[in-house]
Design a protein around this ligand. Structure first.
Ligand code: ADP
Length: 448
């Protein structure tokens, strides 16, 4: 931009100089040709013009003698130079009154012939060096500034690219390690927000892959252990029936019952493993409005056989006609798992309390199931939701659980974004609870 301005300035100045030379040169030529000035008058006239117009005027004879100004010596080299240029242009351009040219880059000249016999040459010089040298120094100044700016930009961008490349290189090395199965790799953060975000995401991803890898290993170990025990039992008792108790109906019955129990346990395990993988992979919810009261009654009903055959007390306090919006099938599984835990871990009195309470002011329904068992220690509470976590001393009855029930509950309720939790006191029992949104019953069967 600045360079363009300088070029325009020089150009304007050149045009102005030409105009001035043309005007002054022409008028002086006409004046000298038409007036019969004496030598003195000519001198005065020319010095007046030179002073007023800011130009240098010379009147040089054909022979190189300098008529004006009188103090200039004819043998000065620049006088010879002016004479040669004037002769050259007078010969070249006889038509016009004078010619304009540059003898060097400091001066622009006008020359014309005075008198018919080509006695004298009038040379008018306009000094250009002020503008050209100022423009030149500006140009140099601008070029130096530009060069410095380019250099600084280059150095800065070089260092920026180094600083940017370093974390990206370390990230790509880390990803390479990750691909080899090294999950201990840590992606270091960077001062650049985007790179820092990428590192955080990769760290999160690594943690998740690590967890999933550990889960797979744990799953394999747990499943193979849990499969092995009942299978060993089944095989042992089947052999006993075959070899020992086959003829003794009482013993045979006992041994066959063990085989049936262990088979049930195997079925339970396989179902839980299938369920946990199903709810983990299929997070889509088929939400609709349904009657929660009826659902809870239905699930409590499934445990009636325990009341009838094993003396369990399942007490209910359920508000009528409460509606919620959720994936009914999955919620049914949640309630079933919580109920069966309460039944499994309740105390000697075999009591379980189920409550469904409406809180209209808060638009919520609280489901809770309380048992009177040994409770859960504070330290264990965060872990019980983990897959395969089992508190060993809790199992009063022969354990049927797989350690997967609460993790299924957690996955489903988190998918729904429902609040849930447990309040427990060691020695007194536990209350598992879930908050459901309360919705109006009628005309609300909108599927999401
Ligand atoms: P499980 O199939 O072993 O019951 P869960 O995931 O349902 O597995 O529960 C995990 C562990 O949490 C159980 O093994 C048990 O130790 C503890 N737990 C769950 N519910 C209760 C409860 N109502 N009272 C005491 N402990 C419980």
């Amino acid at each position: 931009m600045t360079i363009i301005s300088i070029l325009i300035l020089v150009n304007v100045h050149t045009v102005q100089a030409r105009d001035k030379l043309r005007t002054v040169g022409t008028s002086v030529t006409v004046m000298l040709n038409e007036s019969a000035f004496s030598e003195n008058e000519t001198g005065r006239y020319l010095s007046g013009v030179a002073f007023n117009e800011g130009v240098n005027i010379y009147l040089i004879g054909q022979d190189g003698s300098v008529l004006y100004p009188s103090n200039v010596n004819a043998d000065e080299p620049y006088v010879q130079k002016m004479l040669q240029a004037a002769q050259k242009h007078a010969n070249q351009d006889r038509e016009s009154i004078g010619a304009i040219y540059s003898i060097d880059d400091k001066t622009m000249s006008f020359s014309s012939v005075i008198g018919n016999a080509e006695n004298y040459y009038l040379v008018v010089n306009y000094p250009m060096q002020v503008v050209t040298s100022t423009a030149q120094s500006y140009l140099i100044y601008v070029i130096v500034i530009c060069a410095i700016a380019i250099l600084v930009a280059f150095i800065v961008s070089y260092f920026i690219s180094l600083r940017l490349a370093a974390p990206i290189n370390s990230i790509s090395e880390g990803v390479g390690e990750l691909a080899k199965g090294n999950y201990d790799v840590k992606f270091t953060s960077s001062e650049y927000a985007e790179v820092a975000q990428l590192s955080d995401t990769l760290n999160y991803m690594t943690e998740e892959i690590k967890k999933s890898d550990e889960f797979q290993k744990q799953l394999l170990a747990n499943v193979s252990h849990d499969l092995k025990t009942p299978l060993t039992m089944i095989k042992a008792y089947a052999s006993m029936v075959q070899e020992i108790s086959g003829d003794d109906p009482a013993k045979r019955e006992k041994h066959l019952q063990v085989i049936i129990d262990e088979s049930d346990r195997l079925t339970g395990l396989v179902n839980d493993v299938l369920n946990v993988s199903k709810v983990s992979t299929n997070t889509a919810l088929n939400k609709k409005v349904f009657n929660l009261t009826d659902l809870v009654y239905g699930i409590v009903g499934k445990f009636n056989y325990l009341q009838e055959t094993q003396g369990y007390n399942i007490m209910v306090d359920i508000d009528p006609n409460l509606y919620t919006c959720a994936d009914e099938e999955k919620i049914s599984q949640v309630l079933y798992n919580l109920m069966s835990n309460a039944v499994n871990y309740t105390g000697e009195d075999k009591s379980v309390y189920v409550s469904v309470k409406d809180y209209p002011a808060e638009n919520r329904i609280k489901f809770s199931v309380r048992d009177t068992g040994r409770g859960i220690a504070k330290a264990d509470i965060p872990n019980i939701w983990n897959r395969f976590y089992r508190i060993k001393e809790n199992h009063a009855r022969p354990v049927k659980g797989t350690g997967l029930g609460l993790s299924i509950v957690q996955i489903i309720l988190k998918n729904h974004c429902f609040d849930f939790g447990v309040n427990s006191q060691v020695g007194k029992g536990s209350t598992f609870w879930v908050d459901f949104p309360s919705v109006p019953a009628l005309g609300a069967a909108d599927e999401e």
